[in-house]
Ligand binder design. Structure first.
Ligand code: HEC
Length: 166
């Protein structure tokens, strides 16, 4: 084989390998694609604005995170509220905020000073506003499934079989 032919063969080999590599990088399975931030709210802008003022005034962010925001000085292991409205409905939130003892509705494993406080003393209108806002905080189904799957596999050590292929 002449030097020129070797050169052409080497060139072709590089092209083929390159093409295969390119193809394998660009046909990514659906579940590995970046699907963006899975949390959103369905609240009207006015409801969202009013509720967030109240949320801030009442210091909810001392314990909870929402939209990645949380008071960094506090270390209470309270649940994140993003997507919470996909798990519970408005009536549940209203009853929870109105309860004299919220732990009767949702039991707590925390020390009393870290537990969810009662907001029964708030005006009815404010409890409704909070409940309406909380129920508007949704999470996209694919993320909920991924989270359930991760949780299941962590707890059981078994592979999770999704009930629906989405
Ligand atoms: C002192 C810390 C603290 C503050 C302040 C606080 N929470 Fe909580 N919250 C918790 C904890 C902890 C829980 C989990 C239940 C428990 O341990 O009592 C919880 C539970 C909840 C839940 C139920 C979550 C679920 O899993 O269903 C909602 C909704 C909620 N809080 C909303 C709020 C809102 C809105 C505010 C402000 C008005 C607020 N919380 C203020 C600590 C707090």
């Amino acid at each position: 084989m002449r030097a020129g032919e070797k050169g052409i063969l080497a060139f072709l080999a590089v092209m083929v390998v390159g093409l295969i590599a390119y193809r394998s990088m660009h046909t990514v399975p659906v579940k590995d694609r970046d699907q963006g931030i899975p949390f959103y709210t369905t609240a009207a802008p006015e409801v969202k604005r009013k509720a967030e003022v109240l949320y801030k005034r009442l210091g909810c962010a001392d314990c909870h995170s929402l939209w990645m925001v949380r008071n960094m000085l506090e270390t209470v292991p309270a649940p994140a509220l993003d997507g919470i409205g996909s798990l519970r409905d408005e009536q549940w939130f209203y009853d929870y905020f109105s309860a004299k003892n919220p732990q009767a509705i949702l039991p707590s494993r925390l020390k009393p000073e870290f537990q969810m406080p009662s907001y029964a003393h708030l005006p009815d209108e404010e409890r409704h506003l909070l409940a309406s806002y909380m129920s508007s905080l949704k999470v996209k189904p694919w993320y909920l499934n991924e989270t359930k799957k991760a949780e299941y596999e962590k707890l059981t050590g078994k592979k999770y079989q999704a009930s629906t292929d989405e």
